[in-house]
Design a protein around this ligand. Structure first.
Ligand code: 13P
Length: 340
């Protein structure tokens, strides 16, 4: 394992003004996104849309890396240039989603386990050869009556650690993503408790499986009230609880925390990231606190693009603007632009 290479990649991904674009939607998810703008999810349309994002002039001022789906890392842009090279030429690091999605957790009907460990060692080797320098594996933890169970947390944490160890062996920085879903009417305290228990178990497993923590990034949810909670916490409370929770459970050796956006509105997720970084400026934290957003970076450009090549400029402007605002929040300097 080349530890210095892993540290260098992890640090570059969380450079001061930058964060990650998650563009690794699986076939089903990208179809749902395209359905929302009445565009058919063909291979060419997926390429055109993602190529538009990747070629956005100036994107690398704010975007350090892009997480790709298996199809995209093997795909060429319309002019024949490999998509990986399009990113490299922009100074953006290509990454790859390597899990194979969730399946029902046996004997626990309301919980899921992420699959994809079979054959992973060989797939990681191939992804490195294709140009990937980091990877992502998403585990999903739900909050509800009597859940998350320790069984679910431990099973998912074990798989996350297996994946992280194999990624580092292949030269890829593992993004460790235990997403605690915001679905439900639970309180911010319930989210704190479930996240703390999850992170303890994740790091217990990572340490037991000899993962080199400096060469990893954590991709968590913020500590936030459930989407259907009657009284939702404000950004200041979210910032305070998120940092308190992570200080109790994320080792200081971890290089960076890159939040997912989780389906929150663009404005709310950006305000929350901003509040987190403002609080860090006051109380300090051992890790960089940045972003790895899918929906929150793509909502505006997807709508502006609408599947039409004549909208390319509008769409790239929308993506550039969203990335710029998110980068400001990553530095605690966000000023909402009222949707302009
Ligand atoms: P969202 O930002 O849309 O939650 O997605 C990020 C991601 O990559 C989830 O795995």
């Amino acid at each position: 394992m080349d530890k210095q290479q892993l540290i260098d990649t992890a640090q570059a991904l969380v450079a001061k003004s930058k964060g990650i674009l998650a563009a690794d939607e699986s076939g089903g998810t990208i179809k749902r996104r395209f359905d929302s703008i009445n565009v058919e999810s063909t291979e060419d349309n997926r390429r055109d849309y993602r190529e538009m994002l990747f070629r956005t002039a100036g994107a690398s001022e704010y975007i350090s890396g892009v997480i790709l789906f298996d199809e995209t890392i093997r795909q060429n842009a319309a002019d024949g240039t490999p998509m990986v090279k399009v990113l490299e030429d922009q100074g953006i690091i290509p990454g790859i989603k390597v899990d194979k999605g969730t399946q029902a957790l046996p004997s626990s009907p309301d919980e899921v386990v992420t699959e994809g460990l079979d054959g992973l060692r060989d797939r990681l080797k191939e992804y490195y050869e294709l140009g990937a320098r980091f990877a992502k594996w998403r585990a999903v933890i739900s909050i509800g009556h009597g859940i998350p169970s320790h069984y679910c947390v431990a099973t998912n944490a074990h798989a996350l650690a297996r994946y992280a160890a194999l990624s580092q062996e292949a030269g890829l920085v593992p993004i460790v993503e235990p997403e605690v879903l915001r679905d439900g009417g639970h309180s911010i305290q319930d989210c704190f408790k479930a996240s703390e228990a999850t992170l303890h178990e994740v790091y217990r497993q990572l340490i037991e499986q000899k993962v080199f923590l400096e060469g990893t990034l954590l991709k968590p949810s913020m500590i936030i009230s459930g989407s259907a909670a009657s009284d939702r916490a404000n950004p200041e409370e979210i910032a305070e609880k998120t940092i308190d929770c992570f200080k109790r459970s994320v080792p200081a050796a971890v290089t960076g925390v890159v939040f997912l956006s989780g389906g929150e509105s663009d404005d709310s997720v950006t305000s929350n990231l901003d509040a987190i970084n403002q609080r860090v400026a006051e109380v300090g934290a051992p890790w960089e606190l940045s972003f790895s957003f899918g929906r929150s970076l793509q909502g505006d450009p997807l709508k502006a693009w609408a599947g039409k090549s004549e909208n390319l400029e509008l769409a790239t402007n929308a993506f550039y603007n969203r990335a710029k605002l998110t980068s400001a929040a990553r530095q605690g300097k966000y000023v909402p632009d009222g949707g302009n």
